[in-house]
Design a protein around this ligand. Structure first.
Ligand code: PGA
Length: 243
């Protein structure tokens, strides 16, 4: 199991260091779950320094496909490595929705990060409009196939996150059945190691989601900003993976 906390645009360097220290203590010695936190770019070195002695890994929230160049506002994979990151999220729905991220740029970013030795969490998921129009399967197929075209043989460092856009930050979680159905579809399209569920995952609903056969972890937004909530989700995953 993998539990990843996406901090989005929260926690500057000082708070990232403090919070990482708390998580380190709370999760020390926890077995059966891989834990990732994804702070904003500027907070990566602070979080990485604080977690150096910990099994918790630090991911960026995005990464560019070129190793360097004239790409104002972007950050390259080798720079993330230097900053202490072990991986990057790519194609998050907020990137797709607000910053013009496409299936193609998502795939290029993911491919470059893997080439640089980083882990990757590649996000897919349908909007409410698409679900209501009966397009969920076609959308997931299109998004997953773009990643598969760039990375035909998924390495262990690549995870996919299924995040229905209508469940992100809305408090509206997919039912375990909806999540399972989407995860099984993704798995049938692409032999990726782990498929995480994301979208309003909380300590209260983590167990039923993580208990689904094709749900191998969670990408947690809001609830990852609170140490008690995030640790509770990590401990639930650890317990389930042992049982
Ligand atoms: P949420 O966000 O848990 O706040 O819904 C999930 C995500 O965007 O990764």
């Amino acid at each position: 199991m993998l539990i990843a906390g996406n901090w989005k645009m929260f926690k500057g360097p000082a708070e990232a260091a403090r919070f990482s220290g708390v998580l380190h203590t709370m999760l020390a010695g926890t077995k059966g779950v891989d834990v990732v936190v994804a702070p904003p770019f500027v907070s990566l070195p602070a979080a990485a320094a604080e977690l150096r002695e910990s099994a918790i890994r630090v991911y960026a929230q995005n990464v560019h496909w070129e190793p360097e160049g004239a790409f104002t506002g972007e950050v390259a994979a080798p720079m993330l490595v230097e900053a202490g990151a072990a991986g990057a999220i790519v194609g998050h729905s907020e990137r797709r929705q607000y910053f013009g991220e496409t299936d193609e740029t998502t795939a290029r970013r993911g491919h470059a990060a893997l080439e640089a030795g980083l882990g990757v969490i590649a996000c897919v998921g349908e909007t409410l409009e698409e679900r209501e129009a009966g397009e969920t399967e076609a959308v997931l197929r299109r998004q997953v196939e773009a990643i598969a075209a760039a990375v035909p043989e998924p390495p262990a460092a690549l995870d996919v996150a299924y995040e229905p856009v209508w469940a992100i930050g809305t408090g509206r979680t997919a039912t375990p059945e909806i999540a399972q159905e989407a995860h099984a579809l993704v798995r049938s399209l692409y032999p990726v190691g782990r498929i995480l569920y994301g979208g309003s995952v909380k300590p209260e609903n983590a167990e039923e989601l993580l208990a689904q056969p094709d749900v191998d972890g969670a990408l947690v937004g809001g609830a990852s900003l609170d140490a008690d909530s995030f640790a509770a989700i990590c401990l639930t995953a650890a317990r389930l993976s042992r049982s």
